[in-house]
Design a protein around this ligand. Structure first.
Ligand code: 5RP
Length: 229
């Protein structure tokens, strides 16, 4: 009898990172997200770096990794549009709506996603959910507004906590802070994103409904599943 060992989460991330190469358009600039799954994609992209012009990156961390592999990184202001943006997610639902920001890069991720015609989400199957909201929702905020925004979330039943790094408030690539909000019920992601975006002091809410995925490459025990929305 032969037994097969299930793939680890890391191996599933490698699989989807490699599978995303099929969406990269030769001769063009590709939008690149942030996180451990995207790192697998960046590593795979290095194998076709001579076929692309370069990348627009969504974080300092991804920029450093891209440059270290010899991939040119363009400023988002230099690029009017992108065919494709490839990024991971903390949660993705059956309609392609996502929660993102676990890596604190949500603002730049949303900006680069907005430049792209197509958002290809790469994720292992642990990220697929029926409804968004189990993963604490990241919200990038202007520091002086953090407590006020936390009270507004409390009024909707959420518990917000300031994200820390080495015991100090984490400072994003944009010089701001992150609130992680538990206990929210996000039944209408489009309306929720629009509402929170209006609150003074909110830089970016980690619901990606207006910039949802067009395609998800999901790493499963059976291989990479392609879901289109
Ligand atoms: C970073 C993100 C990431 O895409 C998200 O946190 C998933 O990361 P990982 O691939 O490491 O699980 O939104 O801000």
């Amino acid at each position: 009898m032969t037994t097969t060992t299930p793939l680890t989460q890391d191996e599933l991330k490698t699989l989807v990172g490699q599978a995303a190469l099929q969406y990269v358009v030769p001769g063009e600039i590709v939008g690149v997200g942030t996180g451990s799954t995207v790192n697998k994609f960046i590593d795979a992209l290095a194998g076709m770096k001579d076929q692309i012009k370069g990348a627009v990156s969504s974080s300092v961390a991804s920029t450093e990794r891209l440059k270290a592999l010899g991939i040119a990184v363009f400023d988002a202001n230099e690029v009017p549009s992108l065919s494709v943006y490839i990024d991971g997610a903390d949660e993705i639902d059956g309609q392609g709506y996502m929660v993102k920001g676990g890596g604190a890069a949500l603002t730049r991720e949303k900006i680069v996603a907005a430049l792209a015609e197509r958002f290809v989400c790469i994720a292992d199957e642990s990220k697929l959910v029926k409804a968004l909201g189990q993963f604490p929702l990241p919200v990038e905020v202007i520091p002086m507004a953090a407590n006020h925004i936390a009270r507004r979330f409390a009024a909707m039943g959420g518990q917000a906590s300031l994200r820390l790094k080495d015991g100090q408030p984490l400072v994003t690539d944009n010089g701001q802070h992150i609130l992680d909000v538990k206990g929210l019920s996000i039944t209408d992601p489009l309306a929720f994103e629009s509402e929170i975006n209006q609150w003074p002091g909110v830089v970016t809410v980690g619901v990606f409904a207006h910039q949802k995925a067009s395609v998800c490459l999901l790493g499963t025990a059976q291989g990479v599943k392609t879901i289109t929305y």
